[in-house]
Every structure is written in structure tokens, then in C-alpha cells.
Design a protein around this ligand. Structure first.
Ligand SMILES: Nc1ncnc2c1ncn2[C@@H]1O[C@H](COP(=O)(O)OP(=O)(O)OP(=O)(O)O)[C@@H](O)[C@H]1O
Ligand SMILES: [Mg+2]
Length: 262
């Protein structure tokens, strides 16, 4: 599918999610709760959170440090499991899956882009991108084609043999994105994917994210502290203390202290 969709990239045939047939949202969080127990203390990073994410959405999550952004991302990505509530993705309540079934589900459905420095240093760019495919049974030829396609899509095909230390931060992040899309997952999540990049590289990475959404029809959720990066998304939601904050409430809080003249 990745290769087939790539043609639409080349013809610049943008897919608009608003024209897609409406159905249930791809991701449905219902009273989603996460708690951690530390001795006598219970920490609740997510409290009965309700969230719908339609297929083809590009959602930016913002909020103060400790507000539960990574926790939410990790639940949606199937890296961690909820303590309560439902998390229905593509019709499957992934909160009911066993750890091993969840790992299988994740390897097919989700690509994860971390902040930076999560490439394996002793592997080349090509080998890093190839890594997730080793979990799937396929011929060496198919694997090679998929790695080539993913690296071409992110514009890093000329860096096959480079090790991460031989790449710039922006190039490393392109390799990380190629690795996230190489299995052709439906959902791509990024935890501060531009957090360590200069502005120009961050913009290039966000442009690439937009293309993954618009051209390849991926559903993206990224966490960012940077309003400029969030502006690339179709919508932004704010978390505070494990709950989503209504946009109106934020607008009131950010209202000018001195009343504007009519
Ligand atoms: N494994 C864990 N065990 C105990 N507490 C945890 C664990 N993971 C996260 N927490 C707590 O949950 C809360 C939310 O953490 P989370 O990492 O989701 O925040 P965040 O919004 O991503 O913050 P930041 O912007 O700093 O990355 C924090 O109080 C954190 O200490
Ligand atoms: Mg975080």
C-alpha cells in the first residue's frame, strides 16, 4: 500500500479527510484512565479521558510538563496499557489484549517517532529502517523494496550506509520517520519529534508529517511544546493534569488583561 500510495505523493493528489466516508472514529478513548502506584501513593496521569480521533486526522497534543501527554500517546500506541476505561482502535478494544497480542497489534498498526537519539548507533540508517520489518515474515527482496520506498519518501535514500553519528539531527529524524512508516502502519505517533531540532529542520520534519497525513492518509498524533510545530496539525488539544482542557477555557485564560476597545 505504501508503494501504491506513493504515486499519489508524486502526482500531488492530496487526500482530504473531510471527503472520506464517515464512520466511527479510528481511535475512541472512553473514560481512559492510567494510574501508577508508588508505595502508598497513587499517581493518576490520565483521568477518565474521552477523545475521538477520526481516520486521517493530524492531532497535536500540548500541555504542561507532567500533564499526561506521553502517557496518552503510549496508551494509543499500545506501548502501555490503561488502568481503566476503553481504548477502541479500528474496532478493537486494545485495552483487553494480552501483552503479547498488544505487541503484535502495535507492530502492524503503529509507527512511533521519539524525540531524537533513538536510532541504534551500531546500525546504518538502512539497517535502522529495516529493523521493524524483521518482526514480520517476508522475503529479503520485499524487505529491501519497503526500506527503499520508506527512505525515498522521507528524502534520505542517499544516506543508506551512514551511521546515526554521521547524520545531522534533521536527517536522524528522517531516518526515524522512515522506520516508523516502513511497515505501513495506519497510525503514526510522535513524542516531541521536533523537540531537539533547529527551526528550519523542525519545519522540514513537520512538512513531512503533513505529507504523511495528506498524501498517504496516515492518522498522526504528535506531542509538542512548540506552537509553531502544532500549527502544522489539523487541530490541537491541550492536556492539563490528565484531562483535556476545553478550547474556550484556554481562550478565556489567554484573554488580554486589559479589555480591548470596541
Ligand atoms: N512509569 C511511571 N511510574 C510512575 N509515574 C509515572 C510513570 N510514567 C509517568 N508517570 C507520571 O505521570 C505523570 C504524567 O507523565 P507524562 O510523562 O505523561 O507527562 P508529559 O505530559 O509527557 O510531560 P513532559 O512534557 O515533561 O514530557 C507525571 O506525573 C509522571 O511523573
Ligand atoms: Mg512527555
Amino acid at each position: 500500500m505504501l508503494a501504491a500510495r506513493k504515486n499519489s505523493t508524486m502526482t500531488n493528489n492530496h487526500t482530504n479527510h473531510r471527503t472520506q466516508p464517515s464512520g466511527p472514529p479510528l481511535i475512541q478513548c472512553r473514560r481512559l484512565t492510567k494510574t501508577y502506584k508508588k508505595g502508598d501513593n497513587t499517581i493518576t496521569p490520565l483521568q477518565e479521558l474521552d477523545l475521538d480521533v477520526p481516520a486521517g486526522d493530524f492531532l497535536a497534543l500540548m500541555g504542561p510538563s507532567g500533564s499526561g501527554k506521553t502517557t496518552l500517546l503510549n496508551l494509543i500506541a499500545g506501548i502501555d496499557r490503561p488502568s481503566g476505561g476503553q481504548l477502541i482502535i479500528g474496532g478493537t478494544d486494545i485495552s483487553t489484549l494480552s501483552r503479547s497480542k498488544l505487541a503484535d497489534w502495535r507492530s502492524v498498526n503503529v509507527g512511533y517517532v521519539f524525540q531524537l537519539y533513538n536510532l541504534v548507533p551500531v546500525l546504518t540508517a538502512y539497517e535502522n529502517v529495516e529493523l521493524p520489518l524483521l518482526l514480520h515474515s517476508m522475503s529479503a527482496k520485499d524487505r529491501h523494496e519497503k526500506v527503499q520506498t520508506a527512505m525515498q519518501l522521507v528524502g534520505i535514500a542517499d544516506r543508506h550506509d551512514h551511521y546515526p553519528r554521521q547524520l545531522s539531527g534533521g536527517q536522524e529524524q528522517r531516518v526515524a520517520i522512515a522506520r516508523a512508516i516502513v511497515t505501513d502502519p495506519t497510525i503514526i505517533v510522535g513524542d516531541e519529534p521536533t523537540g531537539d531540532l533547529d527551526q528550519e529542520s523542525a519545519q522540514a520534519i513537520m512538512d513531512l508529517m503533513v505529507r504523511l497525513c495528506e498524501d498517504l492518509g496516515k492518522t498522526l498524533i504528535i506531542v509538542t511544546h512548540d506552537a509553531k510545530s502544532a500549527a502544522y496539525a489539523k487541530r490541537t488539544l491541550h492536556l492539563e493534569k490528565g484531562r483535556l482542557v476545553e478550547a474556550e477555557l484556554l481562550a478565556t485564560r489567554h484573554a488580554p488583561l486589559v479589555p480591548q476597545e470596541a
